[in-house]
Design a protein around this ligand. Structure first.
Ligand code: NAD
Ligand code: UDX
Length: 477
């Protein structure tokens, strides 16, 4: 089966970069990424590459090479489906907020809508690929919808046929292009060899065949949830140990190094921090928890649920200790928040630890000055669900009411830190690793604190600038 046309439904953090890399490596395949969101498609088509809707290092170069040649972004969904040999479904699958399974199960309404649209618009044989992260056995639902689409044929009309594959995406944000270019593995789950081979052939334009793993559909769907659960579990494990380090005089960096050199444990994903964020870990574990309960495995469900609970606890623990160190109250105090994205090198704030920590501090009455090199003020406002505070034109300072928290977006680190009682580092942006603490210290109100949740500052520099320091998991400070 020769693949000449690909359609991807969903031009988000996964669909956009993944299709850009496929188009870049497969100039003989036309790749069309479609979305219902006109604004997002316009941004993907923007001639100014700095305005692409997703910030990922290297993405602009890839898009620049392929766009207009064999990479297209469009809202004409039906035409793209009709022309496609393969349709990737790469739409959002957030946690349900109401109804059956609310708070845990994935909301599959967008996946179902895509399946119905493919059923209607497809022509001839179409391979439908689950790229979104989905509960086990979703392929069955998709197949049922597709098969129900067979209307009685008109004379001369070619019957429609479908194959469903699972091909979960393992890219991490911030390193998406590198992960797509050099994946640890590409996973394809399916039941018919022709379709699996056709999809494998696309990847084999740049991925070595040994890295393309073939499984049955259900193993593939479950592997994605399991991979994220294992990764997140390591973060909760090291964060639990960080708290113990702080109480005992141990240093979690040293503990992580000591255990990470055991080849059975390995050094990756042992960085203690403000808890994991991002659109995937929490959502996918909660989905796993829901599935376990559904299949009558409450003990397994509780085991995985504790990974999320520990993560939430870590975030509240950090906001609590900030308040405690600042003499038990932050009401009316300026606190500089450095970093709002859930990790460095992305503009994504979904489930960012900064959101929960900022909300806790606002609840305590703090005046936050938030800086992030890539996150826009409007996004922070959406995440904190309120508008930024108006500055007093006379003093240039915010007018937080006593006991009521407020926030503003700062254009520079210096601006954020001006007059602050504390600096809280929440994202490991490289520019925060080489701050001039002597200069920043002069701008702050004494006694002043630095709370480093990412272990990126040099403790000697911070302390020699006259600042007090808390560093996650470091009980020796
Ligand atoms: P996203 O929210 O950034 O993008 C999803 C896009 O789908 C949106 O632009 C939305 O408008 C569009 N969409 C929704 N319904 C549509 C429809 N019927 N037709 C066309 N477009 C439609 O989401 P994302 O981060 O790209 O994640 C997509 C999926 O990939 C999720 O299941 C997620 O769990 C999974 N995933 C995400 C990552 C990640 O790092 N973000 C990594 C691996 C897997
Ligand atoms: C994750 C998975 O890594 C990826 O395979 C999957 O496809 C999507 O979900 P992502 O959420 O984009 O990727 O980033 P990741 O690098 O995994 O980081 C997730 C969160 O964990 C971030 O908040 C990060 O700061 C945090 N983290 C990561 C730690 O706190 N410590 C670590 O050692 C690693």
């Amino acid at each position: 089966m020769m693949i000449k046309n690909i359609c991807c439904m969903g031009a988000g953090y996964v669909g956009g970069p993944t299709m850009a890399v496929i188009a870049d490596h497969c100039p003989n395949i036309q790749v069309t990424v479609v979305d219902l969101n006109q604004q997002r498609i316009d941004a993907w088509n923007d001639s100014d590459l700095s305005r692409l809707p997703v910030y990922e290092p290297g993405l602009d170069f890839v898009v620049d090479r392929a766009r207009g040649r064999n990479l297209h972004f469009s809202t004409d969904v039906d035409s793209a489906i009709a022309a496609a040999d393969i349709v990737f479904i790469s739409v959002n699958t957030p946690t349900k907020v109401k109804g059956l399974g609310a708070g845990q199960a994935s909301d599959l309404r967008w996946v179902e809508a895509c399946s119905r649209q493919v059923a209607n618009a497809a022509q001839g044989h179409t391979i439908v690929v689950e790229k979104s992260t989905l509960p086990v056995r979703t392929a069955e639902t998709i197949r049922t919808i597709l098969e129900a689409s067979q209307a009685p044929l008109q004379e001369g009309e070619v019957p429609k046929s479908f194959a469903v594959l699972s091909n979960p995406e393992f890219l991490a944000e911030g390193t998406a292009i590198r992960d797509l270019e050099c994946p640890d593995r590409v996973l394809i789950g399916g039941e018919d060899d022709d379709s699996i081979n056709a999809l494998a052939d696309v990847y084999m334009h740049w991925v070595e065949p040994a890295k393309i793993l073939r499984t049955n559909l259900w193993s593939s769907e479950l592997s994605k949830l399991t991979a994220n659960a294992f990764l997140a579990q390591r973060i909760s494990s090291i964060n639990s140990v960080a708290a113990l380090c702080e109480s005992t005089g141990a240093d979690v960096q040293e503990v992580a190094r000591a255990i990470g050199t055991d080849s059975r444990i390995g050094p990756k994903f042992l960085q203690s921090g403000p808890g994991f964020g991002g659109s995937c870990f929490q959502k996918d574990i909660l989905n796993l928890v829901y599935l376990c309960r559904h299949f009558g495995l409450p003990e397994v469900a509780s085991y995985w649920e504790s990974v999320v609970e520990l993560n939430t606890w870590q975030q509240h623990r950090i906001s609590r200790l900030i308040v405690q160190r600042l003499f038990g109250t932050v009401t009316g105090k300026r606190v500089a928040i450095l970093g709002f994205a859930f990790k460095a090198d992305t503009n994504d704030t979904r489930e960012a630890p900064a959101i929960r920590i900022a909300l806790d501090l606002l609840e305590e009455g703090a005046q936050l000055a938030i800086h992030d090199p890539k996150v826009e003020q409007a996004q922070i406002a959406r995440d904190l669900r309120e508008a930024p505070v108006e500055l007093d034109p006379a003093t240039g300072k915010s007018q937080g009411l006593s006991g009521v928290g407020s926030w503003l977006s700062a254009n520079s680190v210096e601006e954020a830190v001006e007059g602050a009682d504390a600096v809280v580092l929440l994202t490991e942006w490289s520019q925060y690793k080489s701050l001039d603490w002597q200069d920043l210290s002069r701008r702050m109100r004494r006694p002043a604190w630095v709370f480093d949740s990412r272990t990126i500052v040099d403790p000697d520099q911070v302390r020699s600038a006259g600042l007090r320091l808390w560093c996650v998991g470091n009980g020796s400070l």
